[in-house]
Design a protein around this ligand. Structure first.
Ligand SMILES: [Zn+2]
Length: 319
């Protein structure tokens, strides 16, 4: 069983909303279509949130990255509005969430965010190169007051109040496969560790599933360049793993992207076992269904640390 803990500071790191400082442009292959997709990320005003726009479709609606626009959660998280969709948004959303980008406009000329190397690594580098800019409204925090849990057989994801006003993630996976059951990791994270330790973890799949996806016309862009592929007795990627417990770190990355669909930075203790996009999204829906279990707070701007750019904290420890 692998195990990971991630903590972000909550009320101590009081901040204004942020957007990116400079335009970001890149292109890459879509995992499911196999087509090259061009992306432009532009700064956006306070309270815009993260929004997507399809430039390949005339008069595309703005698709905001919030729970009510989630249209599918199998294999990837897909957003949609008025019949138009954008798929595989979770790694980009995780990068925004992890680096504290509250507002951005993402324009793309195809139906999915490029898979890049299967992690958030390149998104993180590009956002950091762009830099962040403060906006004139305070950031909003969703503070959990009563626990909320969703489960599917032995899989679950739950969130409970945090006494220390922190956001912590405690994630475990336990696959019936020698490469995954044997790994074990736990730690309490800093912003640097998010960037270097979670952001670089790649998506993974089993060779048998991959062959099945290809047969069904999915994962056309899938290759060893953008996923860890696990055979019966080996990792097929020649370069091996980036971390011995890369799998669970990637699951944390996915969870960050999914939880960002709440639209607010969460303060609470998040705990998950073998969860995936579908169950993560169920938790988001459940949280939104129970507003008496949380409060929204705004942080006063006078306490804003001058150079704070990443909400993920501060200390790292082995647990
Ligand atoms: Zn993923």
């Amino acid at each position: 069983m692998a195990h990971i803990l991630l903590s972000i500071s909550g009320m101590n790191s009081i901040r204004m909303q942020k957007t990116i400082k400079n335009k970001i442009e890149f292109s890459g292959i879509g995992l499911h279509t196999g087509h090259e997709i061009r992306v432009r990320i532009l700064p956006a005003n306070e309270d815009t949130g993260i929004v997507f726009l399809r430039t390949d479709v005339p008069s595309s609606p703005i698709i905001r990255a919030t729970a009510e626009n989630v249209v599918a959660t199998s294999y990837a998280t897909t957003l949609g509005r008025k019949g138009l969709t954008v798929s595989t948004v979770e790694h980009l959303l995780a990068a925004f969430y992890g680096l504290g980008v509250d507002n951005a406009r993402v324009e793309l000329d195809g139906p999915e965010v490029p898979i890049m190397d299967g992690s958030a690594s390149e998104f993180i580098s590009m956002i950091e190169s762009s830099g962040l800019k403060d906006l004139s409204a305070p950031k909003k925090y969703l503070v959990i007051k009563e626990p909320i849990r969703v489960a599917d057989r032995d899989k679950f994801v739950e969130i409970a109040p945090s006494e220390d006003d922190e956001f912590t993630v405690d994630y475990s996976i336990d696959f019936a496969h020698p490469f995954i059951t044997k790994q074990s990791f736990s730690g309490l994270f800093s912003g640097d560790v998010f960037r270097d330790g979670v952001g670089r973890a790649r998506t993974f799949g089993f060779l048998s599933d991959y062959e099945m996806l290809k047969k069904n016309g999915l994962a056309k862009g899938g290759s060893l360049d953008n996923a860890i592929v696990i055979g019966d007795n080996e990792i097929l990627n020649e370069e091996g793993l980036r971390y011995p417990d890369e799998f669970v770190r990637h699951k944390v990355l996915d969870l960050m992207g999914d939880i960002s669909l709440l639209g607010f930075t969460v303060i609470g203790q998040l705990k998950a076992h073998r969860s995936g996009h579908a169950l993560n999204f169920k938790l988001v829906q459940e949280i939104l269904k129970w507003p008496e279990n949380w409060v929204l707070t705004e942080a006063p701007s006078k306490d804003e640390p001058a150079e704070a750019h990443c909400p993920l904290v501060e200390k790292m420890a082995t647990v």
